[in-house]
Design a protein around this ligand. Sequence first.
Ligand SMILES: [Zn+2]
Length: 304
Amino acid sequence: MQTNRLLNPKTAAAIDLRIEKLLKDLGNPSPPLSLADTRKLLKLDLNYYSSDDDSWLREKVHQMKVAGKQVIERPSLILSVVKSLGLKGVLLADRRQILLDKEVPKPKHRWNEAHEITHDILPWHDGIAHGDPETTLSPACHAQVEAEANYGAGRLLFLGKHFDEVLKSSLCDFSLVHELHGRFGNTMTTTLWRVVELSTESSFGLVTKHPRSATGEVSEDIRYFIKSPTFAAQFSKVRAASLFREVRARCFGRRGPIGHGEFPIQDDAGDEHDFCFESFFNGHDALTFGRCQSKKRPRIVLLR
Ligand SMILES: [Zn+2]
């Protein structure tokens, strides 16, 4: 299971600044953002490699015919780096190339492309981002770099401040996730993730198996547990497994909207809050959006 890593506000602001500049240079486009136009502006080409086929990457890199660098002479190094770090794409910044893993399902390519573009526009990622096998990052540092690129990808694909305005002026619920998924042209999972992460309320998202086929094993059932900053601060002890247990008990559908309901969640101080949730099965994953709908209910002390 993966949980979202929230960036410190200073880092997030530094990334926002670069994304806003890029969007401005693109003429502040309306959604959905064209990544082809974005790459054109940045003079980046897009190509593919196969994580299943070493020779394929070897040939691709060979075709670039840029001499002099170790990475070109030893393209299989890229693949070993890609595999060991579990990457879905590579940025060869000095060759102005993004390579995406063609074995990854196509709907995810848009996200992976935006992720690589973000590595390219963050100057402090120079030389430490993907495709540079001479750089070895500690796992913690690598996770931070990846979290920054994911944050930037989300800001880019949802047009930065424009998205903040939409969130501020809307009721955050599942119908908003649906609408923004259509408007911005990003996957439902990506959209759910951004709506939760950028929400100013206490909200959470779960990406799980269909409740009917859940096994009870967290590692098998739950792919992502996404927390809004307020939720992370106020409900730090709440586990994804207990949320999913509550959701499962209230889901009865097979596809599309599969369930909704309410249940209380205890915050770190021990006070209970009412949360409402909606779940939707898209054929692959069950997506759940939950948000706090009441102020805290003081604990009732029973006097005997
Ligand atoms: Zn990356």
